[in-house]
Each structure stands twice: as C-alpha cells, then as structure tokens.
Design a binder for this molecule. Structure first.
Ligand SMILES: C=CC1=C(C)c2cc3[nH]c(cc4nc(cc5[nH]c(cc1n2)c(C)c5CCC(=O)O)C(CCC(=O)O)=C4C)c(C)c3C=C
Ligand SMILES: [Fe+2]
Ligand SMILES: [Fe+2]
Length: 356
C-alpha cells in the first residue's frame, strides 16, 4: 500500500458541552496555556484558577447554551468537521486528513497518534488562524512540536504559520460580504479578536514593538510582518478593496478583551459608541480572525454588540457569516495542503513583502 501524506487541521477548541463543568475544564486548559495568559506560572495559577475560571465558567456556559445546536453541538466544532469532510472530497486517498482542537476535543494527541499509526510520510499542520499570534498559531505549533518530540522517527513536518492575505480566503470573505450589500449600511466594521498589547512586544527582534507608534502597523513591512495587528489591517484592507469599500467607510477594531490590562485598540465597543454618536444606524460587521462561526461571532457580535448598539441609538448590527463551508475557502485549504498558497502579486504592502 502506498504511504500516505498526513494533514492536521487545528482550530482553537470549545467545551465538550455547554454544561458548567465542561466549560470549566475548557477554560482551565485554555487559560492555563502560558502563551495565552503569558505571566509567571504561580501568578497564572492564582489568576486563572482562583478568579477567572470560577467566576467566568457559569457565565460562559450560559452563552454557549445560547449558540449550541441541539443536534450538532458547538458551531466551532461541527463547522470545522464539515470543512474537513469537504476537504477530504477535494483530495485523493493519498492524504489522511485529521481535525484537532488546541484545547479539549478532538485532541491533538489523538490526531497525531492516528497519523503516527498510519506511518504517514509527511505531516502538514494547518492552524486555522489567518493572522499569526503567539496565543493561537504559536501555541498550536509549540504543542505539536512538544507532542512529537519523543517520536523515534519523524516524517517530514511542515507548518502553515499564517494566511492573512490568501487570495481565495479574501475572495470568500468578500463573497459573503457582497451578499449583504455593504453599500446599504452606514459603516462597515472589521472586528478581529483582540490581544493584550504586551503580546505584540516580541513580534520583531527588538522586543519592544508594541504597535504604539501612530500608524505603526497600517502596512506590512519587513519588521512587522509577524505582527497580528499589521496582519489584521492587511486582511481588512484586502477585503475592503475587493468590495470597493472606501477607507473612511470602514473601521478595524478588536473585540473579546479579557482582564484589565490594555489590549489592542480600538475596542469594538468603543467603535460602536463613536459610530452611534456620529448618527450611524446600520452596521455591517466582518470578523475575519475566524474561519468558522463561533461564540465570538454568533453571540458577542450578533447578540451583545447588537443590543449595545441599539442602546446607543443605533438600529441594527448585521454579521457577515464566516468562511464556514464556502467553496473558495475549501479550495484555499486544498492549496495550503498542497503547499501552493495563493498570494496576491500586486499587493500595496509597505517596503517588503516576504512572509511566505
Ligand atoms: C482568532 C484568534 C484568537 C485569538 C488571537 C484569541 C486570543 C485570546 N482569547 C482569549 C480568551 C478567550 N477566547 C475565547 C473564545 C475564543 N477565542 C477564539 C480565537 C482567538 N482567541 C475562538 C475561535 C473562540 C471561540 C471558541 C468557541 O467555542 O466558539 C474564550 C471563551 C469564551 C469566553 O469565555 O468568552 C476566552 C476566555 C485570550 C485571553 C486571548 C489572548 C491572550
Ligand atoms: Fe479567544
Ligand atoms: Fe504591530
């Protein structure tokens, strides 16, 4: 029998059920990751296990209850499974494609064990985060390397570390946005998952990047090419260009802040407030840090921000669905498996564009 090529798609993770003990276990594993809460282990234990997890779990469980599908379960997981099923249809039997979650199930351990037992010739790991962050892609890569470090023999291993400018992915987001008729909205938000500013310090070799200079990361350059914020701006710019949304008609902002320290700004809540004060009534929101709809899009944007905006005098917040099972996204995944990332040849990007 011909040896297979292994493919491992990894998304963030979700609880096994919306019940409090399962949510507690998920949040504990997630927030005890030193790349997510990047403080000393003793402090992290006190903060996460003493404060965040006990107080947050019951609240987060209620939110998961709201978005949980009775038959299919957590959207993040069942959509990821649908993506894998479609990708399998696109690739020959030569490929063994597995899905894993960085936290909880299906675990990376189980998926790697399947690939090891199949004695695959190679493993291509694709963390499902378009923009690189140490807390997400970095954590996935570290975990895979740690788990594989004891294997007696290694297949060829490769990682996709970022795909924020993948042409097919941008087109898929633009297609989903176009269906919502962006021109009928007062303003468009590109709301990305936030990050503590401190986590951006090490994106270059200086150790003090921090994204604090004005327009620091408005363009990709040779020094900020691994900066999450710079990559978020680039993704938003590319989608906006595809849809002919003028720069003054859209705002890049960051959601889901946790804790008191400063996270990347502007916060989505502040952007909503500003736009409501300026008289905006209808907002269209893209959330291109995610490749599948999840609690952050289905609850935080649709429900929470929708209610917040109405209280501020606005009328409606409309979410652009995530990539989910869009055929161009499945094609983008296929290209990433084959190692043929679709780059945009004539992007307007700063001095240098060499991150692929
Ligand atoms: C897209 C990339 C993501 C980044 C960057 C990220 C950073 C980050 N997240 C937290 C804390 C939480 N995130 C939560 C949910 C969640 N986060 C992502 C992705 C990124 N996180 C996804 C896809 C999801 C949804 C999972 C799902 O099941 O639908 C949660 C749990 C929900 C809640 O309690 O609010 C927390 C907590 C931190 C601290 C962080 C960076 C340091
Ligand atoms: Fe998160
Ligand atoms: Fe930056």
């Amino acid at each position: 029998m011909k040896a297979k090529k292994g493919v491992l798609l990894i998304n963030l993770g979700t609880p096994d059920s919306p019940k409090v003990p399962d949510v507690r276990r998920y949040l504990d594993e997630f927030l005890m990751d030193g790349r997510v809460i990047d403080i000393g282990v003793i402090q992290r234990n006190l903060l996460v296990r003493g404060i965040i997890v006990p107080f947050r779990s019951p609240k987060t469980a209620k939110l998961y209850n709201e978005i949980w599908d009775k038959e299919k379960g957590s959207p993040l997981l069942y959509i990821s499974e649908e993506q894998v099923a479609l990708l399998r249809e696109e690739l020959s039997d030569e490929y063994q494609i597995e899905l894993a979650m960085r936290y909880q199930n299906p675990s990376i351990e189980q998926a790697l064990e399947k690939l090891r037992l199949a004695m695959v010739d190679s493993i291509r790991v694709i963390p499902l985060f378009p923009q690189y962050a140490s807390a997400t892609t970095g954590s996935v890569i570290e975990k895979v390397m740690r788990l594989m470090s004891t294997w007696p023999t290694f297949p060829e291993i490769s990682f996709v570390n970022q795909f924020y400018d993948n042409e097919l992915m941008i087109e898929a987001f633009a297609d989903n946005g176009r269906l919502k008729k962006p021109e009928t909205f007062d303003h468009v938000l590109f709301s990305f998952h936030g990050l503590p500013i401190r986590q951006l310090k090490n994106v270059d070799n200086s150790g003090n990047h921090g994204c604090d200079a004005p327009n620091c990361c408005a363009q990709i350059s040779s020094t900020n090419k691994f900066c999450y914020v710079a990559q978020c701006h680039a993704t938003a710019r590319l989608i906006a260009e595809k849809l002919h949304i003028a720069p003054e008609k859209y705002t890049v902002c960051f959601q889901s802040r946790l804790g008191k320290e400063p996270w990347v700004q502007p916060y989505t809540s502040d952007a909503l407030e500003k736009l409501a004060h300026e008289g905006a009534k209808r907002l269209l929101v893209f959330s291109p840090a995610f490749v599948a709809d999840c609690i952050e899009t289905l609850y935080e944007i649709t429900v929470e921000y929708g209610q917040e905006f109405k209280k501020l005098g606005g009328e409606h917040v409309e979410l652009v669905p995530s990539l989910n099972t869009h055929p161009k996204w499945i094609e983008a995944l296929k290209q990433m498996v084959l190692g043929e990332q679709a780059n945009i040849p004539n992007m307007q990007l700063g001095e240098t564009v060499v991150n692929k």
